[in-house]
Write a protein that binds this ligand. Structure first.
Ligand code: HPA
Ligand code: ZN
Length: 340
């Protein structure tokens, strides 16, 4: 890629809207926390763990991702993990981030949901003092039952009050195939009644019908991944018309074999057809790079222009869950930067 464009993208103010905080846990920190907490890992060295990061599909990744998260026990652990991500985000000139977390991964191991949120929140508050604004989105694990999700939602009620400034939405992640959005219609209806923002992973490995379900049954405000929407022309037209954004994660898509080559990624087709796509890192510690690395990889492989790179950056701001005033300020800042 043209080094001038890479540098311009690297320093551009940007939002990240698809990052699982547990997926930012680097092998070094996994080992440090395992030692601190006396947790036994199935790998005897950092290199051995990293060598296991050769995935064939989403499930092969999730098995290792949940094992990595098993070292998180105390509030300070969640703080340390989140602070490490905040540092990386600031280095990549992310000015606003919307972070997913998976409470069921931790409550299953006896860690109270309040411990999880308190640690993440303390780091995000510290990040805010350094110029990174943020929101938090609670994700339900779709391989578990809807009753489990409903119980988690009930348990989280006091947190939606206490952390109302931060905890603004719910999402849906984990094993997609065989767990369609329709399975979670009731819990999403409850979240909607509470005025929360709604997102769901759909069309990563699952078919376009899962994206329709996310839109029509869950009534999501954004779709996470959604790259398989390209298989259905009517769906692409609908996404473009409604400007419902797709939070695309290029390095993730390659690592999880959604596309076998970055040059075959469908992001440019979606962009050309007016879909509000932008770039995110998903699980950066596992997929080989934070948000800027994702921009570089896709802009290079698809030979995107200066204007297309600008559109991706701008879409990240357009799709953020912020006030109109905040959005206007973020866009003005990007525009001033991009023109100079
Ligand atoms: N897809 C589904 N669930 C996930 C992912 C993903 O890419 N990352 C973490 N949980
Ligand atoms: Zn994801």
């Amino acid at each position: 890629m043209n080094p001038t464009l890479a540098d311009k993208i690297a320093r551009a103010p940007k939002a990240e809207l698809h990052i699982h905080i547990e997926g930012s846990l680097e092998p070094e920190l996994i080992f440090a926390l395992a030692k601190r907490n006396g947790v036994q890992l199935a790998y005897d060295s950092i290199d051995a763990l990293r060598a296991a990061y050769a995935f064939t599909d989403l499930q092969s990744f999730l098995d290792i991702y949940y094992a990595g998260a098993s070292v998180l026990l105390h509030e300070q652990d969640f703080y340390d993990m989140t602070m490490a991500y905040v540092e990386r985000a600031l280095a990549d000139h992310v000015t606003h981030t919307e972070i997913f977390f998976d409470p069921q991964t931790h409550t299953e191991r006896g860690v109270p949901i309040e411990t999880v949120v308190a640690g993440i929140e303390r780091a995000l508050a510290d990040g805010e003092k350094r110029g990174l604004t943020s929101k938090l989105i609670l994700c339900f694990l779709r391989h578990l039952s809807e009753d489990d999700a409903l119980a988690t939602f009930d348990e989280a009620q006091p947190l939606f009050d206490k952390y109302a400034h931060r905890l603004i939405g719910v999402g849906l992640d984990s094993s997609e195939r065989g767990h369609p959005p329709s399975k979670f219609e009731r819990v999403f209806a409850k979240a909607r009644e509470r005025g929360l923002k709604l997102v769901a992973h759909a069309g990563e490995e699952g078919p376009p019908s899962y994206v329709y379900e996310a839109l029509d049954l869950l009534k999501v405000d954004r779709v996470d991944h959604g790259v398989r929407s390209i298989e259905d022309a009517a769906l692409v037209a609908r996404l473009a018309d409604s400007r419902i954004a797709l939070t695309v994660c290029p390095l993730s898509n390659i690592k999880l074999c959604v596309f076998d080559d970055m040059a075959k990624h469908t992001l440019k087709d979606l962009l050309d057809q007016g879909v509000a796509v932008m770039i995110n890192s998903d699980d950066p510690a596992y997929f080989g790079g934070y948000v800027n690395a994702n921009y570089f990889a896709i802009v290079d492989a698809l030979k995107l222009t200066d204007h297309e790179a600008y559109t991706l950056l701008r879409n990240s701001l357009e799709a953020s869950f912020v006030t109109e005033q905040e959005r206007a300020a973020m866009i003005a800042r990007l525009d001033t930067y991009w023109k100079q």
